[in-house]
Design a binder for this molecule. Structure first.
Ligand SMILES: NC(=O)C1=CN([C@@H]2O[C@H](COP(=O)(O)OP(=O)(O)OC[C@H]3O[C@@H](n4cnc5c(N)ncnc54)[C@H](OP(=O)(O)O)[C@@H]3O)[C@@H](O)[C@H]2O)C=CC1
Ligand SMILES: O=C(O)C1=N[C@H](C(=O)O)C[C@H](O)C1
Length: 269
């Protein structure tokens, strides 16, 4: 059977990658593409948007009418749009896959509320590699113990608007879990000036931005006389888009709730 999907933030880097992949996959039908009302792509044809022949489906700013018979939403847009997108998925009781990062407290709250009514798969990174890396980080943090200082280093393209990246936070959470501590109590997000010696047990984050880097993450375990570095480099956005589409299919028969990509990939077992 074919799944009728809606892609939000359709003009974005991820939106366009998703449109391209969904068009190449017979399992999906593009039911709708949306973006914000002022976007230059409103009214554009979905096929032409990604350099293909016209499809007769135009980009809309209005998600509501598309909910009549959509079967899933993939959202890689902006944090402030997440509550609205999640609420419509909840009202329609359809799977919602969320890749957008950098949500604030109220946006997180709206997401949790929506998850009482529909299955939501949410991850700061939808790639297989990063989710496996999270398992390895958890394992390493547990095995190495607090004598090894943990630092998470990330680099992304210059257009990225949130920091640290969703992936860096996901990896920090995995490290904290392995250590048996809470990330919010141990995280150090910035250092400048006379900050003093490194407090024991903290998990540090460092953010680099520039050029066209798709996404690079290192988790560094620094001990006395040795250093272990676990790293991932995304070379192409299709790794995230493929994961998101896989998550949408996986979520089709799931009960309402908040799921992770590690659930989808069977890495939580
Ligand atoms: N979880 C994962 O695996 C991944 C997550 N991401 C995350 O996905 C998000 C998008 O990334 P990326 O594609 O690079 O970003 P882009 O800025 O390229 O895309 C975002 C899109 O959303 C549009 N938009 C802006 N406001 C609204 C709104 N109110 N409603 C609907 N759409 C809107 C933007 O339009 P306009 O440009 O006109 O403002 C743009 O088309 C980010 O949060 C990023 O961190 C990215 C890659 C992988
Ligand atoms: O904004 C991006 O580009 C990316 N965002 C995600 C994040 O915040 O970690 C995932 C990926 O690294 C690319």
């Amino acid at each position: 059977a074919v799944m009728k999907i809606v892609i939000t933030g359709a003009s974005g880097r991820m939106g366009q990658t998703l449109v391209r992949l969904a068009l190449e996959d017979d399992v999906f039908t593009l039911h709708g593409l949306t973006d914000h009302a002022q976007s230059a792509i409103i009214g554009a044809d979905a096929g032409q948007l990604v350099g293909k022949p016209p499809l007769g489906l135009s980009v809309s700013h209005d998600l509501l009418p598309l909910m009549v018979d959509a079967q899933g939403i993939v959202d890689f847009s902006v944090a402030k749009a997440v509550p609205f997108h999640a609420e419509l998925a909840a009202q329609a009781r359809i799977p919602y896959v969320l890749g957008t990062t950098g949500l604030d407290e109220s946006e997180e709250k709206a997401l949790k509320a929506a998850a009482s009514h529909c299955p939501i798969v949410r991850s700061g990174n939808m790639s297989l590699g990063v989710n496996l890396l999270a398992n390895l980080v958890e394992q390493a943090a547990k095995a190495l113990g607090p004598d090894f200082d943990i630092e998470v280093l990330e680099m992304h393209h210059k257009h990225k608007v949130d920091a640290p990246s969703g992936t860096a936070l996901l990896l920090g959470e995995a490290a904290a879990k392995g250590r048996g501590v809470r990330l919010e109590e141990q995280a150090v997000y910035a250092r400048q000036g006379q900050v003093g010696e490194r407090p024991e047990g903290t998990i540090g984050f460092a953010t680099l931005r520039g050029g066209s880097v798709v996404g690079e993450h290192d988790v560094i375990f620094a001990g006395q006389g040795e250093r272990l570095v676990l790293s991932h480099k995304a070379e192409d956005r299709s790794v995230f888009a493929r994961g998101a589409l896989k998550a949408l299919l996986w979520a089709q028969d799931k009960s309402p709730g908040l799921y992770s990509m590690r659930d989808v990939l069977g890495l939580n077992d």
